[in-house]
Design a protein around this ligand. Structure first.
Ligand SMILES: Nc1ncnc2c1ncn2[C@@H]1O[C@H](COP(=O)(O)OP(=O)(O)OP(=O)(O)O)[C@@H](O)[C@H]1O
Ligand SMILES: [Mg+2]
Length: 233
């Protein structure tokens, strides 16, 4: 579904990513793991058209995304949950969700989609008239995911789902996403290596802008080098 081949990405004149190749198949859960500054958010910026790669290609369902504007990429069915969630704090929960339906592909069945999102995250239904800024961190993350789902994406990109959240809430949100396996493909980037490996099928390790490892998540979890470097064991 997503086929990234050999991309080099720069921020200004500084190269941040080198020859990154990643594949995500339909229905899969794939994680990109790496510590602070490894280039995870930059990778998502490349896929979403914010920071087009200087070399290499990004295919989504066989079509190249390179050169497309972010809104065109959203329109094709790629949505992102940004790092730090960035909900509109002054707006209500329902208004935040409506904003997510702004891309044309979300507008057609807005009401139905919103009901579906509230079904996935029931806590949002109870808080729909409340300003988003009054929600807890975990609820805001659910809202940010819900907002992304409002465009009815086929591929959901999630930047640091676990950031700043209590382990229990992180687990709950991951479990909810596991249950959506039939409807959506997910690529997540995470510093929380343990949770990300637990809730993905395959994973790639990004270090200082280069992919150093990749494999089946359950196997990586048993790997001594990974356990030492990322799991503190
Ligand atoms: N706006 C920017 N301008 C210049 N350099 C940047 C910018 N944003 C990030 N960088 C640099 O690019 C590199 C990769 O950053 P990036 O944000 O992609 O990492 P990350 O893996 O998402 O890190 P984190 O886990 O902290 O979110 C870092 O060296 C960072 O300093
Ligand atoms: Mg980041």
């Amino acid at each position: 579904m997503l086929e990234v081949s050999g991309i080099d990405v720069f921020r200004g004149e500084t190269q941040v990513l080198w020859e990154i190749s990643i594949r995500v198949h339909l229905g899969e859960r794939v994680a990109i793991l790496g510590s602070n500054g490894a280039g995870k958010s930059t990778f998502l910026a490349a896929v979403t058209g914010v920071l087009p790669p200087r070399r290499g290609d990004i295919l989504f369902k066989g079509e190249s995304l390179v050169g497309m504007k972010p809104h065109q990429i959203t329109q094709l069915g790629v949505a992102v949950v940004p790092e730090g969630r960035r909900v509109y704090r002054e707006m209500t929960v329902a208004e935040n969700l409506e904003m997510g339906a702004y891309p044309k592909r979300g507008r057609a069945q807005l009401k139905k989609t919103m009901e579906h999102v509230m079904c996935i995250f029931p806590v949002l239904a109870g808080r729909s008239r409340q300003p988003a800024g009054t929600l807890s961190g975990g609820e805001q993350q659910m809202l940010a995911i819900g907002r992304a789902l409002m465009s009815r994406p086929e591929l959901l990109l999630i930047d640091e789902l676990s950031l700043g959240l209590a382990p229990l809430i992180t687990k709950e949100i991951f479990r909810t996403l596991d249950n959506l396996a039939d409807e959506i493909t997910i690529l997540l980037v995470e510093q929380n290596v343990e949770q990300a490996l637990r809730h993905s099928k395959r994973a790639y390790i990004l270090e200082s802008g280069r992919l150093t490892r990749s494999g089946i998540s359950s196997e990586l979890m048993e790997d001594d080098d990974i356990r030492r470097a990322y799991l503190g064991l």
